[in-house]
Ligand binder design. Structure first.
Ligand code: GLA
Length: 734
C-alpha cells in the first residue's frame, strides 16, 4: 500500500517507487513533517528531530515549562501564523475582528483509493486502471471552529505526490484568509540550491540555479498570469546534483495566475518551501460553512539527477494532467500567418499561403490576429468577435471551405479575455473591463482585461466561443492573452471582496476552458500569452500545447526549450520555423537548423510560404516528411538534455528515446565555430546497452554510443546543425 498509517507511532508514510514521504502526529496533536527523500522503510523518522532549548524559540501553551519543544524549529507539515513559528508560513488567517492566529491540531484522517479532484481547479488524475491513493488529514484550530484538510495524492509508480489544502470556517464569525498556500515542506537537513526559470517576453524560462543563502529566496508573479518573468516550477537540489546524479525535488504549482514560491534557510540551516497563490492583493473571506480550496502542488523526488526528475515530471504530466485527446494524436503540422503578414492580409493572401502549405504537405492553416472587428493594428477591436468580411473578401465559412478543399484543416486565433476601448463590446459594457474607479486605466498593449470574476462575463465568453465555432469548420484555436493584469477592481464586487478578484478571475478562466473542453472535445487548443507568458501546469489541464515564446529565433529558442523542458513535456512546446533575418533579433540561421529546433515540440511554420525559394520548399517538404515519419519520438519519447546552452558554448544537443529503447534521435545545433576545431564527441543516453543500433551505415551497441559516444560531424557554417535517428536492429550483422 502506498499510504501507511502506523497507529502506534502515529506516522503516515507515503511510498512511491523511488521516494518516501512521512508525517507524524506528535503528543500534542501537531502534525510534524519527518521525512521526504530517497525511498526508505516506514520507520518513525521523528528520531531525527532533536529537542533542545535553542533560545528565543517560543512554546505553545501546553509546553510552558518545556523549552526544548518549539514550533520555531520543529519541522511541520502545514505551517501557520500565530503558533510561535517565525519561519515562512502556509496559512495566515483570523476570524473577523481578531488578530490572525491559528494553532492547528490533528483531527482525523481517511485513506481512499483513487485520486481526489479539486472543484473548479486543475488537478492530476489517475490513468485507466492506475493505482493511485488519496490521503486526507484533518487539522483543527485549538480554539476556533476553523478546519484545514490536507490532501495527498500518491502516484506510486509515477513517483509523484500531489498536495492541496482546503480551509473551512465552521464558526459564526467570518474568517479572513490573508495567505493560503497550497503547501509548505520542511527539509531540516537543508538543501543547497534552488533552480528556477526566469525570463521576459520573448525570452522565457531561462535556467537559473542559485545557491540558497540564509533568509528567504523568492520567485513569483503578481501579473495575474503565471508570467514570462518567473514560472511556477522550481527545483531544490544538492550542490553536486547534475543531469545524471544527485538528489533533487521538483515542485510544480497547477495554477495560471499570480503565484509565489519561497524557500527559507532558517537559523539551523534547514529549508522550508512554500508555494501557492501570491499573497499580494489576496484576501478571501469565508463565511460560516464556506471553504477555500488551494490550487494543487505536485512534488517529485529523485536521487538520480535532474534528467531523471525531468522525465518523471514530463511523463506524469503527459499521462496524468493533460486531458485533451490530442495528447496521444499526431498534432497537425501547421502554418500560422502571424509572422508572414501580421495584420496586413486579405483572404486571397491567406489562400496563397494555404496553397503553398498544401504543396509542402502541411496539415493546417492558422489565421492569427486581425480577422475580426476593426483590427488592423493592436489598438482596437478586441471584444468584437465578428468576422471582418471586407478584409477577407468572403465569409469565414467560405474561406475555411476553400482551405479545406486544399486538404488543409483550419485554425484561428482569439484573445477572449481582453477588450479594446475602441470596440463595440467596451462601448456597451464598460464596467466589464477591470479599471479602478476615478483613475485612468493602466493599459497593456493598449487593451483592458475583462472581469472574469463576473458571471455575466463568463457566460458572454462561452457564448462568443460557441458563436465563433459555429461559423465554420474550425479544428484548432490559439487562445491568447496579451497583457499583465494591473488595476484589478471588479465593479460587481463589494469593496471588501476585491482581494478575491484575482483568484476568481482564474477560476472564471478555468470554467470557460472546462466548458470548451467538454463541449468541443476534438478541438485542438493551443495556449498562448504573448508566447509563453502562461506556460504552466494549470493550463496544461485544459490545453495540450502552448506557444512557447514570441521569439522564433532558433538559437534563442535553444535556451527557451532547454529551460521549459525541466518542468513540461516537450509535446506541449509549440515551435515554428520562421523567416530570416529573424524578426525578433535579426539573426540569420540555416533553414535546416530552424527545422531541427522547431521539431523539438509541436512543429509548424510561421512565415510567408509564398516567398520561399524552391530550395527552401524542398527542405520544408523534407522536414515535414521527416517529422511525420518520426513524430512519435518527439511526442512520446523520453527527453534527454545532452548539453546545456547556458554552459556549453560550442553546441547544444538533445535526444529523444522511445521508452522501450527501440528508436532514438539526436539533435545538435552548433553555436560557435573554430579554426582547426577539435573533434566533438557526444554521449547518447537512455539506449539499451546490449542492443545494436545503426548510425550513418555503421553498427554500434547502445553501450558504445552511451559510454564511448559518437563523433559529431564538423559544422560547415554558422549555426549549422545535425540530426540523426537510430533504430534498434533485430540482430547484429557483423
Ligand atoms: C501574441 C502571440 C503572437 C501573435 C500575436 C497577435 O503576441 O504570442 O503569436 O498571435 O499575439 O497579436
Amino acid at each position: 500500500m502506498a499510504i501507511l498509517f502506523d497507529s502506534k507511532a502515529k506516522t503516515f508514510t507515503l511510498q512511491t517507487k523511488k521516494s518516501t514521504y512521512q508525517m507524524k502526529i506528535d503528543e500534542q496533536g501537531v502534525l510534524l513533517h519527518t521525512y521526504f527523500g530517497a525511498g526508505t522503510d516506514e520507520s518513525d523518522y521523528s528520531y531525527l528531530i532533536v529537542p533542545d532549548d535553542h533560545g528565543f524559540c517560543a512554546q505553545p501553551s501546553e509546553h510552558g515549562g518545556n523549552r526544548n519543544y518549539s514550533l520555531d524549529f520543529y519541522p511541520q507539515e502545514y505551517s501557520v501564523h500565530g503558533n510561535g513559528d517565525f519561519r515562512i508560513k502556509a496559512l495566515r488567517a483570523g476570524l473577523e475582528g481578531r488578530v490572525p492566529a491559528l494553532d492547528l491540531r490533528y483531527g482525523g484522517y481517511e485513506i481512499s483509493d483513487g485520486k481526489y479532484a479539486l472543484p473548479g481547479l486543475p488537478a492530476f488524475f489517475a490513468g485507466k486502471e492506475e493505482k493511485v491513493h488519496t490521503l486526507r488529514i484533518v487539522l483543527k484550530d485549538l480554539y476556533e471552529e476553523v478546519y484545514v484538510t490536507l490532501f495527498y495524492g500518491v502516484f506510486e509508480e509515477k513517483d509523484i505526490i500531489t498536495r492541496a489544502a482546503v480551509i473551512q470556517n465552521r464558526s459564526n464569525v467570518p474568517l479572513r484568509l490573508k495567505r493560503a498556500m497550497s503547501m509548505s515542506l520542511d527539509f531540516p537537513e537543508g538543501m543547497d540550491a534552488f533552480i528556477c526559470f526566469h525570463g521576459k517576453h520573448a525570452g522565457e524560462r531561462q535556467f537559473d540555479r542559485r545557491t540558497l543563502h540564509s533568509g528567504v529566496t523568492e520567485i513569483g508573479s503578481n501579473r495575474g498570469t503565471s508570467s514570462h518573468q518567473q514560472n511556477p516550477f522550481a527545483i531544490l537540489c544538492g550542490k553536486d546534483t547534475t543531469e545524471e546524479f544527485g538528489s533533487c525535488c521538483g515542485l510544480s504549482l497547477l495554477y495560471s495566475g499570480s503565484f509565489q514560491i519561497q524557500a527559507e534557510v532558517d537559523q539551523f540551516e534547514g529549508v522550508r518551501v512554500t508555494c501557492g497563490i501570491h499573497d499580494e492583493e489576496f484576501e478571501w473571506i469565508l463565511n460560516k460553512d464556506e471553504e477555500f480550496v488551494t490550487p494543487e502542488a505536485v512534488l517529485s523526488y529523485t536521487d538520480q539527477g535532474l534528467g531523471d526528475l525531468t522525465r518523471t515530471m514530463q511523463r506524469a504530466m503527459s499521462e496524468n494532467l493533460i486531458r485533451s485527446p490530442w495528447k496521444n494524436k499526431k498534432r497537425p503540422v501547421l502554418v500560422n500567418n502571424w509572422e508572414a503578414t501580421y495584420f496586413d492580409f486579405t483572404g486571397k493572401k491567406l489562400l496563397q499561403i494555404a496553397q503553398q502549405a498544401a504543396r509542402i504537405g502541411l496539415d493546417m492553416l492558422v489565421l492569427d490576429d486581425g480577422w475580426f472587428g476593426k483590427r488592423d493594428d493592436d489598438n482596437s477591436g478586441l471584444g468584437d468577435w465578428y468576422v471582418n468580411e471586407e478584409k477577407l473578401g468572403c465569409t469565414l465559412r467560405e474561406l475555411v471551405e476553400q482551405v479545406n478543399e486544399m486538404g488543409l484543416q483550419f485554425g484561428i486565433w482569439i484573445e477572449p479575455e481582453m477588450v479594446s476601448e475602441n470596440s463595440d463590446l467596451y462601448r456597451e459594457h464598460p464596467d466589464w473591463a477591470m479599471t479602478i474607479p476615478g483613475r485612468d486605466p493602466v493599459r497593456g498593449r493598449n487593451q483592458l482585461t475583462l472581469d472574469l470574476s463576473r458571471r455575466e462575463v463568463i457566460e458572454y465568453m462561452k457564448a462568443s466561443i460557441d458563436q465563433l465555432l459555429g461559423m465554420a469548420n474550425i479544428a484548432y484555436i490559439k487562445w491568447d492573452m496579451n497583457r499583465s493584469v494591473d488595476n484589478v477592481f471588479s465593479s460587481a464586487a463589494p469593496y471588501l471582496s476585491q482581494g478575491a478578484v484575482r483568484h476568481k478571475y482564474i477560476l472564471g478562466l478555468y470554467e470557460v476552458m472546462e466548458y470548451i473542453l467538454s463541449r468541443y472535445p476534438d478541438l485542438l487548443i493551443e495556449g498562448c500569452s504573448g508566447g509563453g507568458g502562461r506556460y504552466d501546469a494549470g493550463m496544461l489541464y485544459y490545453v495540450p500545447q502552448i506557444w512557447c515564446s514570441d521569439n522564433t529565433d532558433a538559437i534563442e529558442r535553444l535556451r527557451i526549450h532547454y529551460g521549459t523542458s525541466f518542468g513540461y513535456p516537450m509535446s506541449t512546446v509549440a515551435a515554428h520555423v520562421s523567416v530570416c533575418p529573424n524578426h525578433q533579433n535579426g539573426r540569420v540561421t540555416p533553414f535546416q537548423t530552424r527545422g531541427i529546433c522547431a521539431m523539438q515540440g509541436a512543429f509548424g511554420y510561421e512565415l510567408d510560404l509564398d516567398k520561399l525559394s524552391e530550395e527552401e520548399i524542398r527542405q520544408a517538404k523534407e522536414q515535414v516528411e521527416f517529422y511525420n515519419m518520426h513524430y512519435e519520438l518527439f511526442q512520446k519519447g523520453d527527453y534527454y538534455r545532452l548539453s546545456s546552452p547556458f554552459e556549453h558554448h560550442d553546441f547544444t544537443a538533445w535526444s529523444y528515446v522511445m521508452p522501450d529503447g527501440s528508436k532514438a534521435s539526436l539533435s545538435v545545433v552548433y553555436t560557435d565555430l573554430h579554426g582547426n576545431p577539435k573533434p566533438q564527441r557526444i554521449k547518447w543516453r537512455g539506449l539499451i546497452p546490449d542492443a545494436v543500433y545503426e548510425l550513418d551505415g555503421q553498427e554500434y551497441t547502445g553501450a558504445a554510443l552511451m559510454r564511448g559516444g559518437c563523433i559529431l560531424p564538423k559544422p560547415r557554417e554558422n549555426y549549422d546543425s545535425w540530426m540523426a535517428v537510430i533504430e534498434r536492429k533485430a540482430k547484429r550483422n557483423r
